[in-house]
Design a protein around this ligand. Structure first.
Ligand code: 9UX
Length: 68
Protein backbone atom coordinates (compact mmCIF):
# COMPACT_ATOMS: atom_id res chain seq x y z
CA UNK A 1 0.00 0.00 0.00
CA UNK A 2 1.07 3.55 -0.74
CA UNK A 3 -0.18 6.91 0.43
CA UNK A 4 -0.25 10.04 -1.66
CA UNK A 5 -1.69 13.51 -1.10
CA UNK A 6 -3.06 15.22 -4.22
CA UNK A 7 -3.84 18.94 -4.40
CA UNK A 8 -7.33 19.53 -5.78
CA UNK A 9 -8.89 22.88 -6.69
CA UNK A 10 -12.61 23.47 -6.77
CA UNK A 11 -13.85 21.51 -3.76
CA UNK A 12 -15.90 23.86 -1.64
CA UNK A 13 -18.61 21.99 0.23
CA UNK A 14 -19.23 18.66 1.88
CA UNK A 15 -20.89 17.34 -1.26
CA UNK A 16 -17.73 18.03 -3.24
CA UNK A 17 -15.83 16.16 -0.56
CA UNK A 18 -18.20 13.21 -0.83
CA UNK A 19 -18.02 13.22 -4.64
CA UNK A 20 -14.24 13.11 -4.75
CA UNK A 21 -13.98 10.52 -1.99
CA UNK A 22 -16.67 8.39 -3.63
CA UNK A 23 -15.14 8.58 -7.11
CA UNK A 24 -11.69 7.64 -5.89
CA UNK A 25 -12.98 4.90 -3.60
CA UNK A 26 -14.71 3.39 -6.63
CA UNK A 27 -11.41 2.78 -8.41
CA UNK A 28 -9.99 -0.70 -8.14
CA UNK A 29 -6.94 -0.55 -5.87
CA UNK A 30 -8.02 2.44 -3.79
CA UNK A 31 -8.33 1.51 -0.14
CA UNK A 32 -9.24 4.88 1.34
CA UNK A 33 -9.67 8.46 0.13
CA UNK A 34 -10.07 11.38 2.52
CA UNK A 35 -10.59 14.99 1.46
CA UNK A 36 -9.40 17.88 3.60
CA UNK A 37 -11.53 20.83 2.43
CA UNK A 38 -9.50 23.43 4.33
CA UNK A 39 -6.28 22.33 2.65
CA UNK A 40 -7.73 21.57 -0.81
CA UNK A 41 -6.20 18.12 -0.65
CA UNK A 42 -7.20 14.50 -0.90
CA UNK A 43 -5.08 11.83 0.77
CA UNK A 44 -5.36 8.39 -0.75
CA UNK A 45 -4.27 4.97 0.48
CA UNK A 46 -3.86 2.71 -2.51
CA UNK A 47 -2.24 -0.39 -3.95
CA UNK A 48 0.31 0.80 -6.48
CA UNK A 49 0.18 -2.53 -8.29
CA UNK A 50 -3.43 -1.77 -9.24
CA UNK A 51 -3.83 1.98 -9.67
CA UNK A 52 -1.67 5.01 -10.46
CA UNK A 53 -1.73 8.59 -9.24
CA UNK A 54 -2.33 9.64 -12.86
CA UNK A 55 -5.43 7.46 -13.01
CA UNK A 56 -6.73 9.04 -9.81
CA UNK A 57 -6.08 12.52 -11.19
CA UNK A 58 -7.93 11.61 -14.40
CA UNK A 59 -10.89 10.45 -12.32
CA UNK A 60 -10.90 13.69 -10.30
CA UNK A 61 -10.91 15.66 -13.56
CA UNK A 62 -13.70 13.53 -15.02
CA UNK A 63 -16.02 14.57 -12.20
CA UNK A 64 -15.22 18.25 -12.62
CA UNK A 65 -12.42 19.15 -10.24
CA UNK A 66 -8.86 20.27 -10.92
CA UNK A 67 -6.00 18.15 -9.61
CA UNK A 68 -2.54 19.70 -9.62
MO1 9UX B 1 -21.32 21.98 -3.06
MO2 9UX B 1 -19.30 21.20 -4.80
O1 9UX B 1 -22.98 22.95 -3.21
O2 9UX B 1 -19.07 21.20 -6.70
S1 9UX B 1 -21.17 20.13 -4.46
S2 9UX B 1 -19.83 23.29 -4.07
Amino acid sequence: MSEETIEVQGMTCKHCKASVEGALSGLDGVNKAEVNLDKNQVTVDFDDDKVTVQKMKDEIEDIGFEPK
